[in-house]
Design a protein around this ligand. Structure first.
Ligand SMILES: C[S@@+](CC[C@H](N)C(=O)[O-])C[C@H]1O[C@@H](n2cnc3c(N)ncnc32)[C@H](O)[C@@H]1O
Length: 472
């Protein structure tokens, strides 16, 4: 039963906002960590249903041995939704068992009420809003063309219409090329295009960073993905680079690095050089990276949609501060690469502290100033996307307009944020007056000026020659 008590403590810490799911689970002893993570995540997915079942059966009121609601959630989860409670017979287990029939019939009642055919349909899924978000599929153009994928889907009964027209309906996304939107009820886990690596299951917003970075596709291109695993963004960059040039993919975690390599192999990425290292430890002066022009950096915390993050307390604030400081150090490090021209920064957070505030600090950093890095014009950052950065958080309206935000409530995507830093162009030698004038006239003026300079130069040289031929 100890295992359940420990898992209940994890849920208590999450309720008290003492950290993210990932960080709280990382503190569990290594032996039980994996099992605890699985139980906690599964229980959170069914939390609302489990709370309803427990409340309806008055389990906590009648059984004082069950000391907390979180312990009850875990035990009832295992009793009703898995192979049973994995603990020896003791007073707590017996207390839950006494209510087994009532708990079960309450679960069945909820299923009937919600029209759910299986327990799985009661899960919160990716998010309670998930049912409204299409299932996005990115065609991996490093391996197969979008037309080939579309024809393949149509040959198997899908219809090119709209994702919500029917379960078989799908459409091309209006913002991201090679992205297809399907009905959220369709599953692709066993689809031959997915198992072969020809399509990648990637939500829309997470396709933004690579598309906005838009790396060049020449043999000379050199690009870095600073935070690569599991590799969706990396394979997207590779596809945009048409598998040409060099793409360094950094991943500091050893296990996630194996996943990354496996994923890149499956996606037929041939221009990627995966590196199992912390990006912050890589020297920007290292000759290997001298020609790097495009860099992507961004970490996301995909499990936090399971937590209610509305009432942030001090613990949550501290966690966000730490994340923001880390994100800033990654951007500043990227800015030190000598040939860097573009840096895309992304998060799947909706908090200004990790988004606009990080960007604002990055813009005034020594690294940005000495590297002449500024925010790209909004025309170059997904201009047709309406939701932009928060103006109250940025120094100028233009800076806010340069940023992209996604709202999980309103954009049929997950929460997301993207910023693009670019190297400031050197001042244009053409004057404003010249630009305003018709080009032929301006060119004529320039030609005349050059001729005059040449004449003056010759006269000057002639005078000089005269002087040196007749020294005083
Ligand atoms: C959630 S992921 C990024 C997702 C990825 N871009 C994608 O779209 O598939 C963040 C990854 O970056 C890694 N990471 C975080 N900080 C890093 C650093 N300083 N250097 C290298 N990898 C880092 C983490 O281990 C994690 O695997």
């Amino acid at each position: 039963m100890n295992f359940y008590f420990e898992a209940a403590k994890v849920l208590d810490k999450l309720d008290a906002k003492k950290g993210s799911i990932k960080s709280v689970i990382a503190a569990v002893n290594e032996k039980d960590r994996k099992r605890t993570a699985a139980l906690v995540i599964e229980t959170l997915k069914y939390k609302q249903v489990l709370v309803d079942v427990i409340d309806a059966t008055k389990l906590l009121k009648e059984e004082r041995k069950i000391t907390s609601k979180n312990l009850a959630l875990l035990l009832v989860h295992d009793l009703l939704l898995t192979n049973g409670i994995q603990a020896g017979d003791g007073p707590v287990k017996q207390a839950v068992f006494r209510h087994k029939t009532r708990l079960n019939s309450e679960l069945q009642r909820i299923k009937i009420k919600r029209g759910a055919k299986s327990n799985g349909e009661l899960a919160q899924g990716e998010d309670s809003r998930a049912a409204l978000i299409p299932r996005y599929v990115r065609v991996n153009t490093a391996y197969c063309t979008t037309n080939e994928a579309i024809e393949d889907f149509i040959s198997r009964g899908f219809e090119l219409s709209a994702p919500f027209a029917s379960k078989q309906g799908f459409a091309k996304d209006e913002h991201i090329p090679d992205l297809l939107a399907f009905n959220p009820r369709v599953s692709f886990e066993t689809d031959p295009l997915y198992t072969s690596g020809k399509i990648i299951l990637q939500d829309k917003a997470s396709c933004f960073p690579a598309y906005i970075l838009s790396p060049p596709s020449t043999d000379e291109s050199v690009v870095i993905d600073a935070t690569a695993a599991p590799g969706n963004k990396t394979s997207h960059l590779c596809a945009l680079m048409k598998n040409r040039g060099r793409l360094f993919a950094f991943e500091r975690d050893r296990k996630r690095f194996s996943t990354l390599k496996m994923m890149l192999g499956k996606a037929q990425c041939q221009n990627v050089e995966p590196v199992n290292a912390d990006f912050l430890t890589i020297s920007p002066q290292d000759k290997t990276y001298a020609a790097v022009t495009h860099i992507g950096s961004g970490i996301v915390n995909r499990l936090d949609y399971l937590l209610d993050t509305e009432n942030e307390n001090d613990g949550e604030q501290e966690r966000l501060n730490k994340l923001a400081a880390f994100q800033l150090s990654m951007i500043k490090h990227a800015m030190k690469f000598p040939s860097v021209e573009k840096i895309v920064y992304s998060t799947c957070s909706v908090h200004a502290i990790e988004n606009e505030q990080v960007v604002r600090q990055a813009l005034t950093s020594d690294e940005a100033i000495s590297g002449s890095l500024v925010l790209a014009s909004s025309h170059d950052v997904l201009p047709q996307w309406k939701r932009r950065g928060l103006p109250e958080e940025m120094a100028t309206p233009a800076d806010a307009a340069s940023l992209v935000r996604c709202s999980p409530d309103e954009d049929a995507t997950n929460g997301f944020f993207v910023a693009l830093f670019v190297k400031k162009k050197p001042p244009d030698p053409m004057t404003a007056e010249e630009k305003a004038e018709p080009s032929a006239k301006a060119a004529h003026k320039r030609k005349k000026a050059t001729q005059n300079e040449a004449v003056e130069g010759t006269t000057g040289r002639r005078k000089k020659r005269k002087r040196s031929a007749n020294p005083d």
